[in-house]
Design a protein around this ligand. Structure first.
Ligand code: 8YV
Length: 333
């Protein structure tokens, strides 16, 4: 029977239980070493595959799709899908899915934690302690910025932005301002006590700017030198969205010159490389793209990506109805 099963590729390491579930439906080529395959190797391994389970590290573009016209489904284990050319997939009838919702609260927890670590200088002070430099208490030692009662400025007010705003407003008594292409419903604005402002006002009033916009050509370097210059010198910036939304070189310079107080970064331009200037400034908290990384949430993301792949390829109880398809119209054809 197994020779009748569709062939799929799982492009990165994943929970064994999730692989086992995929193997109930498919002939699976996995990546037990969890290598990041260069584009040519990814393409080679896609030969004969009708579905692929991807993460943010695999680029799926028009040229790759044209090389593999047999490909029917690309299921990304991430809410962001800037690694996939969605229009090119849709034009070729290839189903694309992502993993929204299951990571919202976990990612918001991390975004809030990173903002707090940044404001209160937690990693900077830990490095000082570990280096044996703590010899006495001083009145201003690692004195940081207030979090409670301050102004939380959210750039990008989707599901994760709203969850961060809720933490700030309801947990820490913060004033919430936000900037987004579309305004929230009045009822949600009331619940969050959130006020829509233009980008200039957002930058001007922010005590803590948290960036949660998806990456696209339009959001490339949305925050660069000119924007950083509009912020308060006491303000912090936290980026949990995507590298490239912030100009990392301009940010490192602003941090070095103390034109803003501090930054917290979970994502980087060209990651896993990190701009060397960011590594050499003390007032930045750096984490390796782990905002969604709780055990339960990563498992939920992997399960949801697998559910999508199974359903998109006509298997399982939801055959033909992948739960979080981005272009479900391709299945209606
Ligand atoms: C992923 C993310 O871990 O969901 C996203 O968009 O950035 C992270 O949660 C990462 O993209 C790996 O796929």
């Amino acid at each position: 029977m197994s020779d009748k099963q569709p062939n799929v590729l799982v492009a990165r390491g994943v929970f064994p239980e999730v692989l086992a579930r995929l193997r109930e439906h498919f002939e699976v080529e996995a990546n037990p070493d969890d290598s990041v395959w260069p584009p040519a190797e990814l393409s080679r391994r896609l030969a004969g595959k009708v579905g692929v389970f991807t993460t943010g590290s695999e680029r799926i573009d028009a040229a790759l799709l044209d090389t593999h016209p047999q490909l029917r489904a690309v299921c990304n284990m991430a809410v962001g899908y800037n690694n996939i050319d969605l229009d090119a997939c849709t034009a070729r009838g290839v189903l694309v899915s992502n993993t929204p919702d299951v990571l919202t609260e976990t990612t918001a927890d991390f975004g809030f934690a990173l903002m707090m670590a940044t404001a209160r200088r937690i990693t900077e002070s830990e490095h000082f302690l570990r280096a044996g430099q703590w010899t006495k208490w001083s009145y201003d030692m690692f004195a940081g910025a207030e979090v409670h009662g301050s102004t939380l400025a959210v750039l990008g007010m989707g599901r994760i932005g709203q969850a961060i705003a809720r933490r700030g407003a309801l947990g820490f008594g913060m004033r919430v301002v936000y900037h987004n292409r579309s305004r929230l419903d009045a009822a949600i604005e009331r619940e969050l006590g959130a006020r829509w402002v233009d980008k200039a006002e957002l930058l001007r009033v922010a005590d803590h700017l948290v960036i949660v916009v998806p990456y696209s050509a339009q959001s490339h370097h949305l925050i660069g030198a000119a924007e950083l210059a509009q912020m308060k010198p006491s303000a912090t910036l936290t980026n949990i969205a995507r590298g490239g939304v912030v100009d990392d070189a301009a940010l490192a310079q602003a941090l070095r010159e103390r034109r803003i107080a501090a930054a917290g970064l979970d994502v980087f331009e060209g990651e896993p490389r990190v701009h060397p200037d960011l590594l050499s400034v003390p007032n930045v908290v750096l984490t390796p793209h782990i905002a969604s990384a709780s055990v339960a949430t990563r498992r939920a993301m992997a399960d949801l990506a697998a559910d999508n792949l199974i359903a998109a390829l006509g298997c399982g109880p939801a055959a033909g109805r992948p739960p979080t398809a981005l272009n479900p119209q391709v299945l209606a054809k």
